[in-house]
Design a protein around this ligand. Structure first.
Ligand code: WQD
Length: 336
């Protein structure tokens, strides 16, 4: 039986495929390559030392999805495919609603038709909005603050409705906090397409001298050093969380949400200083205006994932900074 990974050549998808293969799972990757590169497939194969079936496919094409299920014995799906830039979603909300919602609805329709009802869904801590005082637990009211987050919230609600209507569905909603880091081989990492939104790609560029200064969005928040606080989680810990979620849904019908974070908050300046210390580099930065839509603190309560998924994070902030830099330097050497 095969695990279908949509968006499997993306940052989190590719690291999860490595984990799945190393745990003995058979995988089939589909990806439309709009926000990823076919080179990532070679990198995954070189890490796991085996060929991985891949199909270039857009989930907006329903017939193509059906063809995959006709020709392969799919047992479960891990659904990563989707646009994920907050900034981009504000500029072009319709493309986010169309891509993230319709592609998922197509996938669900085909899964239902072929009676494949085990699904791990890539959600996000952004669904908590800025309503609550951290640590955030899965039972809190949800309220996404931007179109990207609203696509995740709407999809979570659709999946809950589906599981209430048809108890045969076995669904895990994975709410990522702030994934950073890279596989310790230096072969996989976060390669954002276009202008990166997230913090770590900007740190890497500044550390590598590609930008003159990193901009820190806001230094006057009500935190110890004035910068925002986030729950940074190593992408390999995140990948392992998905493998554990797959085991969980094997034995549990319904629809359960899980926070994937460390439960520890670090500020933007903490991350910058840790990165400098671990990698012996200087990151020039300047504190500028706050970024609209940012929340001050986002930290997970990870009790539920720790207990129900038998999962806990193994890597700390220093590992995340070290692994990210090793990968980035390796990638830059290859691109010269
Ligand atoms: C983190 C902190 C910025 C860039 C978003 C999504 C979330 C997930 C991760 C997909 C904030 C500050 C950033 C920079 C900065 N995406 N920052 N300078 O906003 O916490 O979460 O990305 O799953 O769903 O909501 O992540 O990395 O953009 O920002 O100072 O150049 O870093 O202001 O405080 P965020 P981020």
């Amino acid at each position: 039986m095969t695990v279908l990974i949509t968006g499997g050549l993306g940052f989190i998808g590719s690291h999860t495929v490595v984990e799945l293969i190393e745990q003995g799972e058979d995988c089939l990757i589909i990806d439309n390559l709009s926000k990823s590169s076919i080179d990532v497939l070679d990198k995954i194969e070189s890490i796991v030392q085996k060929k991985i079936p891949f199909i270039k496919l857009d989930l907006l094409e329903m017939l193509s999805i059906r063809d995959v299920f006709i020709k392969n014995n799919i047992s479960s799906v891990i659904h990563f495919a989707g646009y994920k830039s907050v900034g981009e979603s504000v500029k072009d909300p319709l493309s986010y609603y169309q891509n993230n919602l319709i592609s998922t609805l197509n996938l669900l329709e085909v899964m239902d038709e072929f009676d494949v009802k085990k699904l791990i869904f890539s959600s996000s801590a952004t669904v908590y909005g800025d309503l609550h005082t951290p640590p955030l637990n899965e039972d809190l009211a949800l309220n996404a603050p931007n179109p990207y987050g609203r696509t995740k919230l709407m999809l979570e609600q659709m999946l809950k409705d589906l599981s209430e209507t048809d108890s045969g569905w076995k669904i895990a909603l994975m709410r990522y906090f702030n994934p950073i880091g890279a596989h310790n081989s230096g072969k996989l990492g976060e390669m954002p397409y276009g202008i990166p939104n997230n913090l770590m790609p900007h740190i890497l560029k500044a550390a590598n001298g590609e930008t003159t200064k990193l901009q820190v969005y806001g230094g006057d928040y009500d935190t110890a050093d004035g910068s925002c606080i986030r729950d940074f989680i190593h992408v390999m810990d995140l990948a392992k969380g998905h493998v554990q979620a797959l085991k969980f849904v094997e034995a549990h019908n319904g629809c359960e949400a899980f926070n994937l974070g460390t439960g520890i908050g670090y500020s933007v300046l903490d991350l910058i200083h840790t990165f400098e210390e671990v990698n012996n580099v200087i990151i020039p930065y300047e504190i500028v205006e706050r970024r609209e839509g940012d929340i001050v603190t986002s930290v997970a309560d990870v009790t539920k994932a720790n207990t129900l998924l038998n999962w806990s994070t193994q890597f700390g902030l220093k590992d995340m900074c070290y692994d990210a830099w090793i990968w980035y330097k390796a990638t830059k050497r290859l691109s010269v």
